[in-house]
Design a protein around this ligand. Structure first.
Ligand SMILES: NC(=O)c1ccc[n+]([C@@H]2O[C@H](COP(=O)([O-])OP(=O)(O)OC[C@H]3O[C@@H](n4cnc5c(N)ncnc54)[C@H](O)[C@@H]3O)[C@@H](O)[C@H]2O)c1
Ligand SMILES: O=C(O)C[C@H](O)C(=O)O
Length: 345
């Protein structure tokens, strides 16, 4: 019995060390809004395993205190607290947060696009953004709820309306596209996916997701190339279909969200050269009316440190980018227009 306990602790310790090899130097409060959901629960679990997190604050319209009680028994140092779904609860949960992750909202069912979630999730994200703008205007806000191409502009407009918008602190989480693009190329090329890091630019839905294989030195041709791009662009649909009405990607998204939060924490705690593709207020295509765009972004203590240009692309990739920009512009404008007309109190 004792031996078994020793073994399991050491195996789990090794997993934890491999997953997050950092030693915490600075304390950070991280808040998850939608913490009892399909993404929220495993995301909160991964954040509890991260030694860079000192306090984990969980909020949901139902079930956050239960998730918090469960996770709080894990033998890592961070304090975990779940909050009741009241205005005071969400305020307390957000106050002092350095990072706020928002996976609150409904997921897709087969046959739906992400844009079909717009009305429901737009209101949810708008209201949570209002609470964040009031309680922690300087926090990094990480929007996961779909449609990201519209929920990020909605969040920005809420922060602007309260006079606290800082474009360096608002991120649409597109890490799952990078994770998929890297995994899928490794399957084709029989490489170690951990060593792949395919840049994905644009936005987070269908044709707005543009993987840049050429920048990783790969050149697929013909049907193989088209199938790879289609799989990256519609990887989310693959999961939605497979789950058959029970939701969309949750576990891979939790990993991707935890990875992005870890990158921000590393950068905030002084690590240089931390770069992740993410959907931000970007100058790259503003002249074409596309005000938010995902590209490689260097992170720092103030959030966005540097937005890297897209760089050299092939003619084929330029074709994908042209389609992306057209769709993205519409998604962004839709979010901005809706929230301006529906800002509420
Ligand atoms: N950015 C991405 O790459 C990505 C990937 C996967 C899923 N998503 C999106 O993430 C969202 C969540 O997906 P899920 O599978 O976790 O859904 P889910 O239904 O399992 O969980 C959502 C949670 O949000 C909570 N919630 C709803 N309204 C809330 C509010 N006003 N305040 C606080 N909590 C609230 C619900 O109670 C629920 O627990 C969806 O919109 C989905 O499309 C994005
Ligand atoms: O596909 C979805 O609806 C969820 C998410 O955006 C994904 O890419 O898996």
């Amino acid at each position: 019995m004792f031996a078994a306990r020793q073994v399991s602790q050491s195996v789990f310790g090794a997993v934890q060390r491999r997953a997050f090899s950092a030693t915490a130097s600075n304390a950070s409060k991280v808040t998850v809004l939608g913490a009892a959901g399909g993404i929220g629960q495993p995301l909160s679990l991964l954040l509890k395993l991260n030694p860079r997190v000192s306090e984990l604050a969980l909020y949901d319209i139902k079930g956050a205190p239960g998730v918090a009680a469960d996770i709080s028994h894990i033998n890592t140092k961070s304090i975990v607290k779940g909050y009741d779904p009241t205005p005071e609860g969400v305020k307390e949960c957000l106050t002092g947060a350095e990072i706020v992750l928002i996976p609150a909202g409904v997921p897709r069912k087969p046959g739906m696009t992400r844009d079909d979630l717009f009305n429901t999730n737009g209101s949810i994200v708008r209201d949570l953004a209002k609470a964040a703008a009031d309680a922690c205007p300087d926090a990094n806000i990480l929007v996961i709820s779909n449609p990201v191409n519209s929920t990020v502009p909605i969040t920005a407009e809420v922060f602007k309306s309260k006079g606290v918008y800082n474009p360096k602190r608002l991120f649409g989480v597109t890490t799952l596209d990078v994770v998929r693009a890297s995994r899928f190329i490794s399957q084709l090329k029989s490489t170690d996916p951990a060593n792949e890091n395919i840049t994905v630019i644009g936005g987070h839905s269908g044709a707005t997701i543009v993987p840049l294989l050429s920048q990783a030195g790969y050149s697929l041709e013909g049907a193989e190339r088209d199938e790879y791009v289609r799989r990256v662009q519609f990887g989310g649909d693959e999961v939605v279909q497979a789950k058959g009405g029970a939701g969309s990607a949750t576990l891979s998204m939790a990993m991707a969200g935890a990875r992005f939060a870890e990158s921000l924490l590393k950068a905030a705690q002084g690590q240089k050269g931390v770069i992740e593709p993410t959907f931000v207020d970007s100058p790259l295509y503003k002249d074409q009316g596309v005000t938010y765009f995902a590209s490689q972004v260097e992170l720092g203590p103030n959030g966005v440190e540097k937005i890297h240009p897209v760089g050299k692309v092939t003619e084929y990739e330029q074709g994908l980018l042209d389609v992306c920009l057209k769709d993205l512009k519409g998604n962004i404008e839709k979010g901005e227009k809706w929230v301006k007309e529906n800002m509420g109190n």
